[in-house]
Design a protein around this ligand. Structure first.
Ligand SMILES: [Zn+2]
Length: 438
C-alpha cells in the first residue's frame, strides 16, 4: 500500500474516529518456519454479477499439517483489515464452522477428520461477497471493479499462534505463505477480467466469459471491467497496464513507469518468479494496493514504483505484515525513493521522535499519525543511510542475497539483519539499529 497520501486522508478524517476512515543471507538461511496448518492449494471459481454487485464463489482449500501434533481446527481469514461483513461463507463441506471472531472476519473451522503431522486434507467453501462502489481494494475505481482481499485464505501460524484479530484499521496485517492458486472468474459477456499469474484459459458461453489463471502466490486479487491495455515484455516477463476509457490516454505513461521500475528492481534485487505483472490504473485515494502479480495503482510515478516494488517486498519475500511492517513497507518505500524523491531525509537522524522501525501494527494502531512518517519516510531514510554507510555495491549485494535467501518464504527482521552482517561483517550494524530502532 502507498500511504504517501495517508496524511491527507488522516487530515480529512481528523474529526472522525480513525476506524471510520479506513480507507543468513548465504542462501541457506532459514526464514520463518511455519507451524501447524498451512495452505497448499486454493482452487476458486467465482462469478461476478455487476448489476447486483455480488461475487459468488466456491472453492476448495487443501491444507497440510506442518506441526508435530494432530489438529482438527483451522482458521479462515475472510477479509483482512475489514470487519465490514462484506464476505460471508454460506456453505462448508468436509468441515464445519465452530466459531466466528473479529467481527466475523475470522472463522474457526473444524475439519471432519483429525489431521496428523504431515498429513493433507481439503475442504470446500461457498461464499458471497458484496462489493461496494467505494474507492477501495474491494470496490471500484475509474470504471474498473477491484477484487482485492476477497478470496478467503488460511490464517497460518508463524513464530506465534495464528493472529485472530482484530486487524489493523489501516495498512496491512496479513501473513500468507505461497500456495498454488487456480482461479476461474466468470463475468457477463462484454466485460473482461484481469488476472495475475499464468493465464490458463478463456471460455465463452452465450452470456458469460470465464477467465482462468494459475499462480504460485501468497494471495490472489483480480479486476473486472471494460478496459484497454498496453503491454511490454521485459526479461521474459509480460508487463501490462490496464485502464478504462477515462484512463486510456495515461496508459502510455503508466507503461513507461512500470517498465522502468520493474527493469531496475529486477536488476537490483533479481528473482521475480511470475510470468506477468498487471498494473490496473485507478484513482484510489490512498494510491494503490499490492498483490502478487497484480497491483492497483494511481498513474503517478511514485505510486507505480511503490506498488511494483512490493512485488519483491511482500510478493516475493513475504513477511508478517502485522509484526514487521519494516520488511514490506520500509523496504518498498526505500525502493520508491530510488525512483521518485518522495521523502526528505536527515541522515544524521533518519527517524523523527521516539518511534522505531521494529514496531508492529499493534503499536501503530495507537500512534497512527506517526506511522507513515516512521515506517515509510523513516524507513526509506534509514535504508538510505545504510546504503550510504555500506556503499552502494555492498548494500545492493546484501539486499540481493536477502531476496534470494527468502524468496517465496516468510522473512523476519533477523533475516534482513543477517544479510547485512554477512555482506558487511565489519560494519557497526548495532549502532545503525539503535539509531533507527530496529
Ligand atoms: Zn506499500
Amino acid at each position: 500500500m502507498d500511504v504517501g497520501r495517508l496524511t491527507r486522508v488522516f487530515a480529512a478524517c481528523a474529526t472522525l474516529a480513525l476506524g471510520a476512515c479506513a480507507v543468513d543471507a548465504s542462501g541457506s538461511q532459514a526464514a520463518v518456519a511455519l507451524q501447524g496448518v498451512v495452505p497448499t492449494d486454493y482452487a476458486y471459481a467465482v462469478s461476478w454479477d455487476p448489476d447486483e454487485r455480488v461475487l459468488d464463489g466456491v472453492g476448495t482449500i487443501d491444507v497440510e499439517n506442518r506441526g508435530p501434533k494432530p489438529v482438527r481446527d483451522v482458521w479462515l481469514r475472510l477479509r483482512p483489515n475489514n470487519r465490514d461483513g462484506l464476505v460471508r461463507v454460506t456453505f462448508v463441506k468436509f468441515a464445519k464452522i465452530v466459531s466466528r471472531r473479529a467481527g466475523g472476519s475470522m472463522l474457526k473451522l473444524r475439519l471432519d477428520g483429525e489431521l496428523r503431522a504431515g498429513e493433507r486434507d481439503a475442504f470446500l467453501i461457498e461464499f458471497r461477497a458484496r462489493v461496494p462502489r467505494d474507492q477501495t481494494s474491494l470496490g471500484r475505481s475509474a470504471g474498473i471493479d477491484l477484487f482485492g482481499d476477497v478470496l478467503p485464505v488460511i490464517a497460518v501460524t508463524g513464530s506465534d499462534q495464528p493472529r485472530i484479530g482484530p486487524e489493523p484499521s489501516y495498512g496491512e496485517g496479513s501473513l500468507n505463505p505461497v500456495a498454488k492458486w487456480s482461479v476461474g472468474v466468470t463475468v457477463p459477456r462484454g466485460l473482461r477480467a484481469v488476472l495475475p499469474g499464468r493465464e490458463a484459459r478463456v471460455s465463452r458461453s452465450r452470456k458469460t466469459t470465464t477467465y482462468e489463471s494459475e499462480a504460485d502466490v501468497r494471495d490472489y486479487a483480480f479486476a473486472v471491467g471494460r478496459y484497454t491495455s498496453r503491454s511490454k515484455r521485459v526479461n521474459g516477463v509480460k508487463l501490462t497496464v490496464v485502464g478504462s476509457a477515462e484512463k486510456k490516454r495515461e496508459l502510455g505513461a503508466a507503461l513507461r513507469r512500470t517498465v522502468n521500475a520493474f527493469s531496475k528492481l529486477q536488476q537490483w534485487y533479481g528473482g521475480y518468479k511470475l510470468p506477468s505483472l498487471k498494473v490496473v490504473i485507478g484513482d484510489l485515494p490512498f494510491g494503490g494496493s499490492e498483490y502478487p502479480g497484480i497491483v492497483f495503482s494511481t498513474v503517478d510515478n511514485a505510486t507505480i514504483s511503490h506498488e511494483v516494488a512490493h512485488q519483491w517486498f511482500y510478493g516475493l519475500v513475504g513477511n508478517d505484515q502485522y509484526k514487521d511492517p519494516f520488511l514490506d513497507e520500509s523496504l518498498t518505500a526505500f525502493s520508491e525513493q530510488r525512483f521518485h524523491k518522495s521523502y526528505r531525509c536527515n541522515l544524521a537522524r533518519p527517524i523523527n521522535g521516539r518511534h522505531g522501525l521494529a514496531t508492529g501494527m499493534d503499536y501503530w494502531e495507537k500512534h497512527a499519525r506517526a506511522y507513515e512518517d516512521t515506517i515509510y519516510r523513516g524507513g526509506a531514510c534509514a535504508l538510505t543511510l545504510l546504503r550510504h554507510d555500506l556503499g552502494a555495491s555492498v548494500f545492493d549485494r546484501a539486499l540481493r542475497s536477502y531476496v534470494a535467501a527468502n524468496a517465496n518464504k516468510i522473512a523476519s527482521t533477523d533475516d534482513f539483519l543477517a544479510a547485512i552482517r554477512n555482506a558487511a561483517p565489519n560494519y557497526d550494524l548495532a549502532r545503525w539499529q539503535r539509531l533507527v530502532g530496529l
